[in-house]
Design a protein around this ligand. Structure first.
Ligand code: ZN
Length: 210
């Protein structure tokens, strides 16, 4: 069956060597990817990196999402509702300021949050999509799939991915990766996963395309 795939890549702050590796794969295979921006790290991004981001957006292969502000472990697990809204807004604001875009998607650092998260997200009007969130969210939530890229975090593993994929009946799956934490061999595993999905005629989409 032909599935729709959203590639959720976490932890974008600056243009690291590993972001550049990933970019070569993205461009070569012409896949669409969604990178999660960490607001605080993005504040110190250089002008050169900003130009890269703008060109990435223009290519039509990239999408960015709000991946929290500090990304200190369990950022949204420890914060009050007001603090969560503040952190969400700070990232919205730095990205608007530097890239002149309004983020419409959120994915929590470590996919970790407390009971205030639904209310905090519902407070941010422009955010309409939540990656790995709650079904009770009143906009669009994408659940954690039964198969994924990394087994265990952050080791991209084609064989384990394929075994899970064969059993997965979902029409749409959001696959998560952390390229900045990958070793070189994990990029090769990721390439195998992409080739496999291409051979299955999967369609790579952004959250807004659902
Ligand atoms: Zn993260």
């Amino acid at each position: 069956m032909c599935k729709k795939i959203i590639i959720k890549l976490d932890d974008f702050g600056t243009l690291t060597k590993k972001v550049k590796y990933t970019d070569k794969i993205v461009k070569f295979f012409k896949i669409k990817v969604c990178w999660g921006i960490i607001g605080q790290r993005f504040e110190t991004t250089t002008e050169k990196d900003i130009i890269w981001c703008k060109n990435a957006l223009k290519s039509g292969l990239y999408y960015f999402f709000n991946h929290g502000y500090t990304h200190i472990h369990n950022e949204f697990k420890e914060l009050t509702l007001e603090e969560q809204i503040e952190h969400l807004m700070k990232t919205q604001s730095v990205v608007k300021d530097k890239l002149n875009i309004v983020l419409d998607t959120f994915g929590a650092p470590c996919n970790s949050y407390n009971k205030e998260m639904v209310k905090a997200l519902e407070h941010i009007q422009n955010i309409k999509y939540w990656l790995y969130g709650e079904d009770k969210y009143n906009k669009t939530n994408f659940n954690i799939p039964s198969t994924n890229i990394e087994h265990p975090f952050p080791n991209a593993n084609f064989k384990k991915f394929r075994a899970g994929y064969k059993k997965c009946s979902d029409d749409l799956i959001v696959l998560q990766g952390h390229p900045n934490s990958w070793k070189f061999k994990h990029f090769l595993e990721f390439i195998k996963i992409i080739i496999y999905l291409k051979l299955k005629n999967c369609e790579f989409i952004f959250t807004k395309d659902v």
